[in-house]
Design a protein around this ligand. Structure first.
Ligand code: HEC
Ligand code: HEC
Ligand code: HEC
Ligand code: HEC
Ligand code: HEC
Length: 393
């Protein structure tokens, strides 16, 4: 542990030296060092000017990262930081050549459009949804605290924590914002409340206490991670499964799987239409022989119980997303159960499967437990939950 720690301290120190030279110093309020000494002493007090106003404007996320090292690292790894390099986005936007796609994936700052329709940036598109998209306010950086000082000229703006402005501007085109507003986590939910108020920030930008810059004061803030459908850990927070088995009069059993949206503040899935949740069952007899196997190409469609998805426009299909706190077996796509006549007693597993795209294939490798957010597994149907059960006498 020691060596990496030292290395880290050295890097932070270096970042500060760089910042002090190029940008005016980390954690430093007021004018850059040295400025005062070179200025001639004046008898009349100098007019009150904004000490940082003359510094060149900050333009790139990497510049913010010199001082806000941890937030920068989180953002860079997030799908906001990667919204222009996301492989699926590149494919569907003809290698980012569809201009109409850029406005939400690499926008100018949101305040310029009154938090309404984001406008595409002409420069630094590789910064995707940049720090400046969310924070720039006429060259100052809007934040949730009052009275802070720094090279970026922080300015207090309560709109920074107003998710209807900050998140809805891009995340309501498919209704995610409204799903939340209508649901049990919204400040507008009817009394008696079923859940405490939780905003997009509470679930997608977890609270943390830490310095905002190296050697800065510890402050209350939020991680810039935005875990969503790409993160198996986040997906697991959304749902739970339960199984109801029923003996059939003519022999065998009926297996019904229920999904409860226990942890998402909106429907699951939400937002992008190519995503889906599906339920499957695997059934074994008392000797352990597999009677129904979702990873077997021949048996897969029979083992598939239900699909939950917001379908493409024009597909003619009704949306089957699961609202917050609802417990459902099906919403119309699939029966929600399967009858297995040869199953008199034994064990089984109910699966909740997540797909980022409709072509993600479910196979044996879908069951592999890789590192939690392994990018190599993204475009394979991923088994999010496996719930074991027994049936019969
Ligand atoms: C109004 C804003 C907006 C516009 C315009 C927009 N997107 Fe998006 N896009 C989003 C949001 C918000 C998400 C995140 C939704 C989610 O994660 O489910 C997203 C996610 C995506 C994803 C999913 C990434 C993944 O890995 O699942 C793809 C692909 C995508 N967009 C492609 C496009 C293409 C292609 C265009 C242009 C035809 C486009 N988008 C235009 C807002 C927009
Ligand atoms: C040279 C160092 C430096 C650079 C570069 C820098 N900042 Fe800052 N920033 C600070 C300091 C110092 C503070 C005040 C921290 C404190 O008092 O805890 C601050 C505060 C902030 C705040 C206010 C936090 C709050 O709680 O209200 C925001 C937002 C912010 N910075 C965003 C940015 C963004 C975005 C960029 C890049 C465009 C950036 N900063 C570049 C040093 C810097
Ligand atoms: C400028 C448009 C824009 C704004 C503003 C915005 N997002 Fe996003 N968000 C996107 C896009 C585009 C993606 C998809 C990126 C991709 O995967 O290509 C995304 C992805 C996400 C994801 C999913 C990541 C995943 O793993 O799939 C979450 C969660 C998220 N945003 C939450 C938020 C929250 C919370 C806010 C408000 C603080 C917010 N977003 C503001 C455009 C935006
Ligand atoms: C999608 C919008 C979005 C992007 C992109 C974004 N931020 Fe933020 N940022 C927020 C929100 C929302 C808050 C308010 C969090 C809160 O309630 O404390 C925030 C808070 C902050 C704060 C105040 C301290 C804290 O943790 O709350 C700093 C500093 C900051 N951001 C810097 C950055 C930097 C640097 C980047 C780029 C590396 C960046 N942000 C990218 C939305 C964004
Ligand atoms: C109570 C916690 C909670 C709240 C509040 C919440 N989310 Fe989520 N969100 C989740 C969970 C859990 C997931 C993972 C399930 C999923 O991906 O469908 C998720 C997934 C997402 C995704 C990925 C889309 C997908 O279906 O894979 C996006 C985008 C998103 N949330 C945006 C938002 C926005 C925007 C808000 C505020 C309007 C918000 N969330 C409020 C918990 C929450």
């Amino acid at each position: 542990m020691r060596a990496p720690m030292l290395l880290r301290t050295a890097c932070l120190f270096l970042a500060c030296v760089l910042a002090a030279g190029a940008l005016g110093g980390c954690g430093e309020a007021g004018p850059a060092k040295g400025e005062n000494e070179t200025q001639p002493k004046q008898d009349t007090p100098a007019p009150k000017v904004d000490a940082e106003a003359d510094s060149p404007a900050l333009e790139t996320a990497a510049q913010c990262g010199v001082c806000h090292t941890e937030i920068y690292a989180e953002w860079k790894a997030s799908y906001h930081g990667r919204a222009m390099e996301d492989p699926l986005f590149r494919e569907l936007s003809a290698e980012v050549n569809k201009e109409e796609c850029i406005r939400c994936h690499a926008p100018v700052n949101l305040r310029d459009s009154g938090f309404e329709t984001p406008i595409a940036r002409s420069e630094m598109r590789e910064d995707a949804i940049s720090c400046l998209s969310c924070h720039d306010s006429n060259g100052r950086m809007a934040g949730p605290s009052e009275g802070l000082k720094g090279r970026c000229r922080p300015v207090y703006d309560p709109q920074q924590q107003d998710v209807v402005k900050m998140c809805f501007v891009c995340h309501n085109q498919h209704d995610t914002g409204n799903e939340w507003l209508r649901g049990p986590y919204s400040p507008e939910a009817p009394e008696p409340r079923l859940r405490e108020v939780q905003t997009c920030l509470d679930c997608h930008m977890p609270a943390v206490e830490r310095p905002l810059v190296p050697n800065g004061k510890v402050r209350k803030g939020r991680r810039h991670t935005w875990f969503g459908g790409h993160s198996i850990t986040q997906l697991r927070k959304a749902a739970e499964l339960d199984v109801v088995t029923e003996k059939l009069p003519e022999g065998g059993h009926r297996f019904r799987v229920f999904v409860t949206n226990k942890g998402a503040g909106h429907a699951i899935p939400t937002d992008a239409r190519h995503r889906s949740f599906d339920t499957y069952v695997l059934i074994k007899d008392a000797q352990g022989k597999i009677l129904l196997d979702p990873t077997d190409a021949q048996q897969q469609s029979r083992a598939h119980l239900a699909k939950f998805r917001k379908f493409y426009r024009g597909s003619g299909k009704k949306d089957t997303q699961i609202p917050p706190l609802a417990r459902v077996d099906t919403l119309g796509e699939g029966a929600g159960f399967v009858d297995v006549p040869e199953a008199s007693s034994g064990t089984g597993e109910a699966w909740l499967v997540y797909r980022l795209t409709p072509r993600d294939v479910l196979n044996k490798r879908s069951l592999e437990e890789g590192p939690p957010n392994d990018i190599k597994r993204l475009y394979r149907a991923r088994v999010v939950i496996r719930k074991e059960f027994t049936y019969g006498p």
